[in-house]
Design a protein around this ligand. Structure first.
Ligand code: C5P
Length: 298
């Protein structure tokens, strides 16, 4: 059995721009891989009929994205196989950390190699965006700018290292509902080009403090319906997190600290909430841990 890591992501900044004719919204977001990960065990061999099974330590409601990913890979390869997944879920579901999407991308990156084949990056990108708006980012990981639906990915140099803390409030926020709650006036929809993502990328390049530029357009709406999330974010800030933000459409909050000592001190001030310490994952590390199955392996 091959086992691959599927790392979670954060949105260091997230702007929701205009609604598109296809019903999705144009976004401008900075994605960042973090060390919190699921483990996806994969056993696969060619057979006369296709059968895909998943055994998971956590029950996954609805259709599992890794099953769809596996079927899409087999269809692209043009043959049938038996595929067995063993999923060790660590990334909270419905938390804005891309848990389902990263598991799916791990399948796209590793299943062809396990079956002794290769799919072109172009093909993988097409399959990834058909599975979900966050999936294409997970084909490269590290630090990246996401535009369009979120599927147009521009890999960037790795962001400066940080000691991070997640607060997992256990509140499920539906992405579609969060988008539906956003109200934007026409003038807001056509924004100036110099948004948070550009300022942050510039600050990284010049070695300045980027935290003041971090923002998330979902926060006001989501904190409006879940005030406890806004309070938790304020606490993170109070105990020294720079920035303290919500990831994606929530509900996970994250704080970054100047050192591990500062992070531990903050964690001690936050009893009674689920906390997860993390660090940023570089693209190099991401690629070796996720796409670690060489093409052509029998
Ligand atoms: O692509 P994904 O399945 O992650 O999208 C879930 C839902 O979030 C979509 O059905 C849509 O309502 C909303 N969405 C959006 N604009 C995006 C991404 C998602 O409106 N760029």
């Amino acid at each position: 059995m091959v086992s691959v890591r599927a790392y979670a992501k954060l949105n260091l900044s997230l702007e929701v721009l205009n609604k598109r004719p296809d019903g999705f919204h144009n976004l401008r977001t900075l994605f960042q891989s973090i060390s919190l990960h699921d483990s996806v065990g994969i056993e696969a061999k060619r057979s006369r009929t296709t059968r895909v099974t998943v055994s998971s330590d956590v029950e996954i409601p609805g259709e599992n994205l890794i099953v769809r990913a596996a079927h899409a890979v087999l269809e692209a390869l043009g043959f049938a196989a038996r595929v067995e997944f063993t999923l060790r879920k660590r990334i909270p579901m419905g938390g804005g950390l891309g848990g389902g999407s990263t598991d799916a991308a791990a399948v796209l990156l590793s299943l062809p190699g396990i079956l002794g084949r290769r799919l072109s990056p172009e093909r993988l990108r097409g399959i990834a965006s058909s599975l979900g708006s966050d999936v294409p980012f997970f084909l490269v990981g590290g630090t990246a700018l996401g535009l369009g639906r979120g599927t147009e990915i521009y890999p960037l140099p790795d962001a400066p290292a940080a000691a991070g803390l997640l607060i997992v409030p256990g509140v499920h926020v539906s992405t579609a509902t969060a988008f539906g709650q956003l109200y934007r006036s026409e003038s807001e929809l056509t924004r100036a080009s110099s948004g948070p993502a550009e300022r942050i990328a510039f600050a990284w390049a010049t070695g300045e403090d980027w935290a003041p530029f971090s923002s998330n357009d979902f926060e006001d709406a989501v904190f409006g319906s879940h005030p406890e999330l806004g309070r938790l974010r304020a606490e993170l800030q109070k105990y020294g997190a720079r920035p303290a933000r919500m990831s994606g459409s929530g509900s996970t909050l994250f704080g970054l600290f100047g050192s591990r000592e500062l992070r531990e001190a903050a964690a001690r001030q936050l009893p009674g909430v689920r906390l997860v310490a993390f660090r940023f994952v570089t693209r190099r590390r991401y690629r070796s841990a996720v796409g670690g199955v060489p093409a052509g392996r029998p």
